[in-house]
Design a binder for this molecule. Sequence first.
Ligand code: ADP
Ligand code: MG
Length: 200
Amino acid sequence: MIESEGLTKRYGDKLAVDGLTFTVRPGIVTGFLGPNGAGKSTTMRMMLDLDHPTSGQVRIDGRHYRQLSDPLKHIGALLDAKAVHGGRSAFNHLLCLAQSNGIPRARVHEVLDTVGLTAVAGKRSSGFSLGMGQRLGIAAALLGDPEILMFDEPVNGLDPEGIHWIRNLMKGLAAQGRTVFVSSHLMSEMALTAEHLIVI
Ligand code: ADP
Ligand code: MG
C-alpha cells in the first residue's frame, strides 16, 4: 500500500506537485494519469526518497522509504530505463544490485528469465534496444520480489509486442496480490490496463 497525503513539490516558482492525496491498494493495477509535466515522475521520485517534498508526505506500507530495512524487497521501481551503467552486462548490472541488497544470485537468473533477457544476459546493456532496456529496468524492479511495484511510463517507445507483454506482466503482478502503480500520459493505455485511476 502507498499512501500520499498532501504531497507537494515546488521547484522555485514552479509548483510541480500540488497537494496530492491518494491511496494505492494491493491486488489491482492503479493508473497514474496526467499530461506531460503534470508531476507524475516527481511524485514517484518522492516516493523513493530521490526528491524531498516541500510539504506533505508519502508512506510505503506505513513507513517512509528511508525507514525500510531492505527497500528493494518492499518496493521495486522502473523510473528511467537508461539509468544503467552501459558497460556492464545485463547479468552483472542485476548482480550488483542483488549483492548490495542481500538478494541471492539465483534470483538474478529468475528475473532475467521472467523478462526474456536470458539469451542476452552476457551482453553490454549499452547495445540494448529501448525495449530491451525497459525489460532490464523491469528485471531490476522485480529483483527483490517486492509487494509494491511502480513503473513510470513503461510503454513509452515500445513496439506492440512489448506493450502487450508489459500490460500482461502488470496484470499478473496485481493478480498475485501485489500493489502495482503505473504512470502514463495516454488515456487509451490506462483504459486497457488500470482498474483504479488517479488523474492529475
Ligand atoms: P510528468 O512526469 O508528469 O511529465 P514531471 O514530474 O517530470 O511531470 O514534471 C512536473 C513539472 O516539474 C514540470 O513542469 C517540470 O518541468 C518540473 N520539474 C521536474 N523536475 C524538476 C527539477 N528537478 N527542477 C525544476 N523543475 C522540475
Ligand atoms: Mg514523467
